[in-house]
Ligand binder design. Structure first.
Ligand code: BYC
Length: 316
């Protein structure tokens, strides 16, 4: 056993990808199922706050872009559930965990989207944070996850740009539009920083996940990179980030920033955020209403299988 573990770690150290049929420690498999399934759930729950604005997008062009973005997220969920299934867990099992409220998904999607400016800010900050976290995951040691992330990241960068472009337009608009822009930034900034997870000292999985090269950076390292980028990007929007302690630190070569409200973070993670119940309920309803599609697809697959079996028997 120890020999197998050593060989496994040596492969990881040599940057050789682990594939589904390779030997892996049980804890590695469990960690991946946990992270990939939480990620998959985040994608499909993440469709909800934006789906809310499809019918109210201010123009046909905006509606098309938003629709495409939300569809992309459904696709990301599918790649990720498929990657997770290669680890020997079924999609039904994973969805069951989501529907009973047992599974975690990103805290960010438990906040409401109140105005059109939220669509811009979600694209800029939420997709921006997602990209910061996911680009390193393209180098994750587990092959199916790493490959899924390559495609996800390409699409996320389109999402991020469409969001920022909405904000640039608002920043050149009326006074009311500028106020709406600032208000959305004020509401989303701190929850976006929480997306990176607890601070390193409270992150129970980081050390082991870094050793296994599932994670390449710690939560705090990625959060700092994100703050540094956003502190510059916000200037082009003629807006500000809601943090009086945000200040360039010449010595560190980074922006200093204020304290995160971890009490709020853990409350949201535990299910007590503004929209947790609504989100899980919406997923349950969508799943129930999609039952006929699943049944029809299964019936169709069975019919094809039978037709092929008959054809093979006749040609033999
Ligand atoms: N929300 O030891 P830690 C997207 C949990 S983007 C809720 O640091 P780890 C999208 C964590 O699961 C969002 N829970 O864990 C974007 C753990 O609990 P368990 C999804 C959180 O895994 C735009 C505990 O806290 N992205 O999908 O080393 C549109 C301790 O944390 C959160 C991903 O999932 C949180 N924010 O690091 C649509 C990326 N943070 O499992 C969709 C992949 C932490 O022990 N995931 N927790 O019960 C990761 O990179 C890592 O899992 C994390 C956390 C950085 C998130």
């Amino acid at each position: 056993m120890q020999h197998l573990e050593e060989k496994f770690q040596a492969k990881i150290d040599a940057e050789i990808k682990i594939e589904p049929k390779d030997w892996m420690p049980e804890r590695y498999r469990k960690t991946l199922i946990r992270q990939i399934s939480q990620h998959a759930h985040s994608e499909i729950v993440g469709m909800l706050p934006e789906g809310n604005w499809i019918t109210r997008a201010p123009s046909l062009r905006r509606k098309l872009a938003l629709l495409a973005k939300v569809q992309d997220e459904a696709g990301h969920g599918l790649y990720l559930y498929s990657a997770c299934e290669t680890l020997g867990v079924s999609r039904d099992e994973l969805l069951e965990q989501l529907h009973t409220g047992e599974a975690k998904y990103s805290s960010i999607f438990n906040y409401p989207t109140l105005t059109w400016a939220d669509m811009g800010v979600v694209g800029w900050l939420v997709d921006g944070a997602a990209i910061m976290n996911q680009v390193p995951l393209c180098r994750c040691s587990y092959g199916p996850y790493a490959r899924a992330m390559v495609r996800v990241c390409k699409e996320e960068s389109f999402h991020q740009r469409q969001g920022y472009e909405i904000l640039l337009t608002l920043s050149k608009g009326t006074e009311a539009q500028k106020r709406m822009l600032q208000d959305a930034i004020d509401r989303w900034w701190w929850p976006a920083l929480m997306m990176f997870g607890p601070s390193d000292k409270d992150s129970k999985h980081t050390l082991q996940s870094m050793k296994w090269k599932i994670k390449r950076f710690t939560n705090d390292e990625l959060r700092q990179k994100f703050v540094d980028v956003c502190a510059e990007q916000v200037k082009l929007l003629n807006a500000t980030l809601p943090d009086p302690d945000l200040k360039w630190n010449e010595e560190r070569g980074h922006y200093d920033f204020g304290a995160i409200n971890w009490e709020e973070f853990w409350q949201v993670v535990k299910g007590n955020g503004p929209c947790n119940k609504e989100r899980v309920e919406a997923r349950r309803k969508a799943y129930a209403e999609g039952a006929w599609v699943r049944e029809a697809a299964m019936a169709h697959a069975e019919k094809r299988r039978q037709r092929q079996a008959t054809a093979t028997a006749q040609s033999a």
